[in-house]
Design a protein around this ligand. Structure first.
Ligand code: AMP
Ligand code: ZN
Length: 134
């Protein structure tokens, strides 16, 4: 498996049980504490951790704990969970002192949207921006 540093991320089937399979997803592994991350926030539904390659002075990824590949895969059942992610963004804005100064919450979707990791995540960026986003 090539590292993400190559700019390419592969999902890998690691187990095939009785009629199902488990996708090896880097963010699911962080949520399961199988891969280390600098966790900023966690509750029963959402986790937030520092981006390993920050594009701004503050760069935190907010992820639903349930695996959803991308915005393109969302269903009505995901509405509350996605709303919770935005509430965590608000909380991060407050706890990190950016509630008034402001911050960006962004989502890359699909190949032309720049998505590399196929587990829905919200980029929370704040401070001096370094070429992140339009
Ligand atoms: P995207 O292009 O929206 O899919 O963004 C994926 C983000 O995940 C990038 O900003 C990466 O730097 C970040 N990333 C990938 N692997 C990890 C990891 N193990 N821990 C923290 N951030 C990661
Ligand atoms: Zn996942």
């Amino acid at each position: 498996m090539r590292g993400i540093s190559s700019g390419v991320y592969y999902r890998r089937i690691i187990a095939a049980g009785s009629g199902g399979s488990v996708i090896d997803c880097v963010f699911c592994r962080i949520i399961a504490r199988q891969t280390a991350a600098d966790i900023e926030y966690e509750d029963a539904h959402v986790m937030a951790f520092k981006d390993i390659y920050p594009k701004a002075p503050v760069h935190v990824l907010i992820v639903p704990k349930r695996h959803i590949a991308s915005i393109a895969e969302l269903t009505d059942d995901d509405a509350e969970l996605i709303g919770r992610c935005f509430l965590v963004a608000r909380r991060l804005g407050e706890t990190k002192g950016f509630a008034d100064k402001g911050y960006r919450v962004s989502v890359n979707t699909g190949p032309e949207g720049g998505q590399v990791v196929y587990h829905v995540h919200f980029h929370f960026t704040a401070g001096r921006q370094r070429g992140h986003g339009a």
